[in-house]
Design a protein around this ligand. Structure first.
Ligand code: GAR
Length: 205
């Protein structure tokens, strides 16, 4: 069986990338294979995780490429050059234009650390999401995996998992609980689900 070729795009620590790599090793992900890791900053620890796992990796910054459009063109060139079937945004902190997202309809997925439609859209990323959830006083938050389209965090929802907020939570504590209880579980599961769909469609094509 031919597997879906998966690229993971990151900007930071890459704990979600690690969860995906581990899920592939343990057989939770059977229909997808991570063949490429890209970052938009040299400093992303995710690049080291890719190196340790023996996965091809590279970084491109907007500055290196000469602006947003050239940056996206470079990503498209590299992704298409590697025959990528599925693009996984795992803490990728760069806005992608409609030109980019429409190039890969139902081929880009993202994880967001809240239950969409709460605490999402422009300006809501990383710790800011958990700060906003705590400021609002919600008792339940969670994570969402969704397809990516031109609307930030606006694409079709694939999977969600709820996580309880606890008295005395700080944004950092809540972030870690959401990662452990939700993100690191549903993201690999969603990668498998979408990869299986891609493989099935390819076989029927
Ligand atoms: C994760 O919590 C992810 O959900 C969030 O950034 C973190 C990346 O951590 N993404 C967003 O906020 C996107 N809007 P990681 O690099 O350790 O996977």
């Amino acid at each position: 069986m031919k597997k879906a070729r998966v690229a993971v795009l990151c900007s930071g620590g890459g704990t979600n990338l690690q969860a995906i790599i581990d899920a592939e090793k343990s057989g939770i992900i059977k229909n997808g294979e991570v063949v490429l890791v890209l970052a938009n900053t040299k400093k992303a620890y995710a690049l080291e995780r890719a190196e340790n796992a023996g996965i091809e990796h590279a970084y491109y910054t907007k500055k290196m490429c000469g602006g947003q459009e050239a940056f996206e063109d470079k990503l498209i060139e590299v992704l298409d050059g590697h025959d990528i079937d599925l693009i996984v945004l795992a803490g990728f902190m760069a806005i992608l234009s409609e030109k980019f997202t429409s190039h890969y309809p139902k081929r880009i997925i993202n994880i967001h650390p809240s239950l969409i439609p709460s605490f999402c859209g422009e300006g809501f990323y990383g710790l800011k999401v958990h700060e906003a959830a705590l400021a609002k006083g919600v008792k339940v938050t969670g994570a969402t995996v969704h397809f990516v389209n031109e609307i930030p965090d606006g694409g079709e929802i694939i999977m969600q998992k709820a996580v309880n907020v606890r008295p005395g939570d700080t944004p950092e504590k809540l972030q870690l609980r959401v990662m452990k209880q939700a993100e690191w579980k549903i993201f690999p599961a969603a990668v498998e689900q979408v990869s299986a769909e891609i493989v099935k469609n390819k076989e029927n094509a």
